[in-house]
Ligand binder design. Structure first.
Ligand SMILES: Nc1ncnc2c1ncn2[C@@H]1O[C@H](COP(=O)(O)OP(=O)(O)OP(=O)(O)O)[C@@H](O)[C@H]1O
Ligand SMILES: [Mg+2]
Length: 255
């Protein structure tokens, strides 16, 4: 079964949308559009497809996400009031400093890395049940994982997070993560792209003194998809992808 993102052009380049119940990675450099893409997925689900969604923010405050949503024309306050969208600030669960402040409220062993991802998963599970949510976003992966001292530990935690998300019955998840430009093949922990069901790459590259945006479906397990990089714009109504157009550039000119 397919899950329509409702992001203009995206469901075309994925041959009909995402696959239900799967976990996808949205990759890009700073300002590439990862947050807006994910937010649009959640808001469209609630507004157009009667699919409630949970948005877990780890980098930006809830206020900041709300402001972004409003600037793009989505009535996020009403969606939250109606129980169709829930934005969760999960920062207390990963930052040991902030965690101390929240320790009593959360009753978990905060400050100890082992328990923090589980706390986030617990709160996600609870919200999914309360809202009947079928869409989930974790924005972004890095704050959850960066605390681990060794690459091995970090990779194990990524695997356990992805496993937990895959176990959420009928919930289609997006996780955002950074790539390190100009080498678009590098992610921070090296395994992110391999363990998910699909990878969506958002480019924001400088070509001849100007930045252009492009989206590429790098991987989509179980489905055919476009193999081109398509231009997209961030407009006052959100992301618009141009599925019939292709972006080409001289590799050597990328900065
Ligand atoms: N209302 C808007 N209208 C048009 N463009 C916008 C609007 N809001 C944001 N943008 C563009 O989107 C960019 C930010 O996108 P977004 O926050 O989704 O990126 P990101 O990939 O999540 O970045 P980060 O890595 O910092 O989290 C801004 O730098 C701006 O260029
Ligand atoms: Mg972001």
């Amino acid at each position: 079964m397919r899950v329509l993102t409702g992001i203009p052009g995206f469901d075309e380049i994925t041959n009909g949308g995402l696959l239900k119940g799967r976990t996808y990675l949205v990759l890009g450099g700073p300002g590439a559009g990862k947050t807006i893409f994910s937010l649009q997925y959640i808001c469209n689900g609630a507004i157009s497809y009667d699919e409630p969604g949970i948005y877990v923010t780890l980098e930006e405050s809830v206020e900041s996400i709300v402001t972004t949503a409003k600037s793009l024309g989505w009535d996020i306050d009403s969606l939250q009031a109606e129980g169709k969208v829930r934005i969760i600030d999960a920062s207390p669960y990963y930052s040991p400093v902030v965690a101390t402040k929240y320790a009593i409220r959360t009753e978990s062993v905060l400050g100890e890395a082992e328990f923090e991802i589980n706390s986030v998963i617990d709160i996600i599970n609870k919200s999914i049940i309360e809202l009947g949510a079928t869409r989930l976003v974790i924005d972004a992966l890095t704050p959850l994982i960066i605390q681990y001292k060794t690459l091995f530990e970090a990779r194990m935690k990524i695997l356990s997070l992805i496993k937990a998300l895959k176990e959420l019955e009928g919930v289609t998840s997006l996780i955002t993560a950074e790539v390190i430009p100009p080498n678009w093949e590098s992610t921070l922990f090296g395994i992110e792209r391999y363990v998910v069901d699909g990878v969506i790459m958002l480019y924001y590259i400088r070509v001849r003194g100007e930045r252009i945006r492009g989206v590429e479906v790098v991987k989509l397990r179980g489905s055919p998809h476009s193999h081109s990089i398509h231009p997209f714009k961030i407009t006052p109504k959100g992301i618009i992808i141009y599925p019939k157009e292709k972006l080409t550039w001289d590799e050597e000119r990328i900065l």
